[in-house]
Each structure stands twice: as structure tokens, then as C-alpha cells.
Design a protein around this ligand. Structure first.
Ligand code: AMP
Length: 298
């Protein structure tokens, strides 16, 4: 949908955002919230669009959350461009953007070294085990901790997350269930023409690797072809993915199947009725993840 450009309210700290959101809600208006780490692309903007469709305003946070990075180098080289992000958000008709620092989000909750005090952490629920949770120790604890605080700042009616980070959507749903709010809306994965899932980290790929990275989505589509041909055994479905990825340019971390509605640490053994295929691989030093529901229409 084309929206008339509206002036974007841009707020530099969580305290100002908290006041703005409280005022908005006090006027009886609804608020849709899209948490991001910036370096925005069409995937993020599709979440903003959905938030605008379903609420009276869309609010976006841009914060590269140090708590969720298990590798310091990944945190340091994560792409950042707040000026470009603000322009994209204004063009998309977004209502409010806010940023912040760790100290701004957790005032009085950091120790002398600038680290979060133990009481401020939020432990993630059971969906945090397996796959990303095992390969990135502490990652979902960092996600749950910042998302709880972001929700507390914004107090949104609805919060929008991408299917692209499938296990994260489960962790966030666990959290929202524990908190009693907000409604979690999961939006489809936006892809480049090659099939590669859009990601801020794609910016870190060399042009040739960006082309080659489409092998991840090709592997997922191969699993879906097998599903459509009647295959229901997880081991066979993940083997179809690994065949595509074998000898390819990417270093595979996992290519596995889960029941999307009954998360398990390990791949289920027997035939399943619902399936999501998940893959993680490294290419040129960049870690990429993607996934695809196999039991839903393309
Ligand atoms: P990030 O900035 O990577 O933390 O992502 C912020 C939100 O955008 C998360 O809910 C992501 O799942 C979502 N997102 C990231 N990439 C995509 C994509 N390609 N399509 C849809 N949503 C996405």
C-alpha cells in the first residue's frame, strides 16, 4: 500500500519513548510495535506495513542489543546506519522511531563494568533449547531480556516479528504468554529475487557470496518438494536439504526438521504432520539462518 509520507517522530532514548507511547495510549489509540536491530530492509518494512494496517500507529525500535550476541566480533561488525533507517521508516509511514543505549534501557541495573546485574536478566522459556539456543549460548536469554524491556517501554497492543527467525518467534510467544501481553504477530519472510532471505547480515557478504547464499533457500525448497511428494519422515526431509548443501560454498551448522507447534530440542524421529525446515550455515565468515514451513502453501 502507498502511504503519504508523514513526519517521523524520532526519539533518542527509551525514557522519551515511554512518555510518547503512554501519551498515545492515553488518547485511546492502538500501537503496533516492531523491534529491530537496524540496517533496515524490505523484510523489516513489511512488518511496519502490517503494524500500520492493524493499529493506529507503528513504533519501531533500532537497537543493536549487545546482550544477545554470543560473539563479540559479530556485534562489532553488525551493520549500522541510523540515518538510512530513519529515511526508510519515514517513507513507509512509520509513526515513531526510538533508539537507546544499554544504560538507557536498564537505568541503575548495570554494574561498574557496564554489565547487566543478574536480577535484570529474563530467562527464556522452553523453546530456547536446541538449534540456535544450543549453537549460540546465551542468545535467547539476551533476546528475552531486551524484548521484555522493550515491551515495558512501549506497552504495545501488538508486536510484529519475522518468521525468518522462527525459533525467536517461539521464545517471544513464551515471553508474551508469561507477561500476559502483547499479541504476537508473525509475518512472512521477505526474500531477494534469488530466494535468499533478506537479512541485515547480507550486507556483510561479498557480491559473489550473496549469489551463492541462495543455496540455503534452495535446500529448504528441496525439503518442501519432498514434503509435497508425500515424504513425512524428518530424517529424509533433512537429508534432502543436506544433499543440496553438500559440497556447496556454505559451511553447514544444521539442516533439521521440527514440528512447528511442538518444539523439541532434537529432530523428531517418527513421521510428522506439520513441519518446519530450518537451516544455518556460514559463508565468507557470515552466519546466515533461514527456515520454511513445509506444510503450508508456497
Ligand atoms: P533484526 O533487525 O534482524 O533483529 O530483525 C527485526 C525483526 O525483523 C525480527 O522480528 C526479524 O525476524 C524480522 N525480519 C528480519 N528479516 C526478515 C525478513 N527477511 N522477512 C521478514 N521479517 C524479517
Amino acid at each position: 500500500m502507498n502511504r503519504a509520507p508523514t513526519p517521523l517522530v524520532s526519539l533518542p532514548d527509551p525514557a522519551a519513548a515511554r512518555r510518547w507511547c503512554a501519551d498515545w495510549r492515553a488518547r485511546g489509540r492502538t500501537l503496533g510495535f516492531v523491534p529491530t536491530m537496524g540496517a533496515l530492509h524490505d523484510g523489516h518494512l513489511s512488518l511496519v506495513e502490517r503494524a500500520l494496517d492493524e493499529n493506529d500507529a507503528a513504533c519501531v525500535s533500532v537497537f543493536v542489543n549487545p546482550l544477545q550476541f554470543n560473539e563479540q566480533r559479530d556485534f562489532e561488525r553488525y551493520p549500522r546506519d541510523l540515518g538510512a533507517d530513519a529515511q526508510l521508516l519515514e517513507g513507509a509511514g512509520c509513526t515513531m522511531l526510538f533508539t537507546g543505549t544499554l544504560a538507557g534501557f536498564f537505568p541503575g541495573e548495570l554494574d561498574a563494568r557496564g554489565e547487566l546485574l543478574p536480577a535484570a536478566w529474563r530467562e527464556p522459556g522452553p523453546s530456547a533449547t536446541g538449534l540456535e539456543g544450543d549453537l549460540r549460548p546465551g542468545h535467547f536469554r539476551g533476546v528475552a531480556t531486551i524484548v521484555e524491556r522493550l515491551f515495558d517501554v512501549v506497552r504495545p497492543d501488538r508486536a510484529y516479528f519475522g518468521h525468518k527467525d522462527f525459533q525467536q518467534t517461539l521464545v517471544v510467544k513464551d515471553l508474551a504468554r508469561a507477561l500476559g501481553y502483547p499479541a504476537i504477530v508473525v509475518c512472512p519472510t521477505a526474500r531477494e529475487a534469488s530466494g535468499l532471505a533478506r537479512s541485515s547480515r547480507n550486507e556483510l557478504l561479498l557480491p559473489a557470496d550473496r549469489e551463492r547464499a541462495a543455496v540455503l533457500s534452495r535446500a529448504l525448497f528441496a525439503a518442501r518438494d519432498a514434503w509435497c511428494a508425500g515424504e513425512r519422515r524428518p530424517a529424509r526431509l533433512s537429508a534432502a536439504m543436506r544433499t543440496v548443501l553438500a559440497d556447496g560454498p556454505a559451511t553447514l551448522e544444521y539442516a533439521e526438521i521440527r514440528d512447528p507447534e511442538r518444539w523439541t530440542r532434537d529432530e523428531p524421529v517418527g513421521p510428522i504432520e506439520r513441519a518446519v525446515a530450518l537451516v544455518a550455515a556460514r559463508l565468507g565468515g557470515v552466519r546466515l539462518i533461514d527456515n520454511l514451513r513445509l506444510d503450508e502453501p508456497a
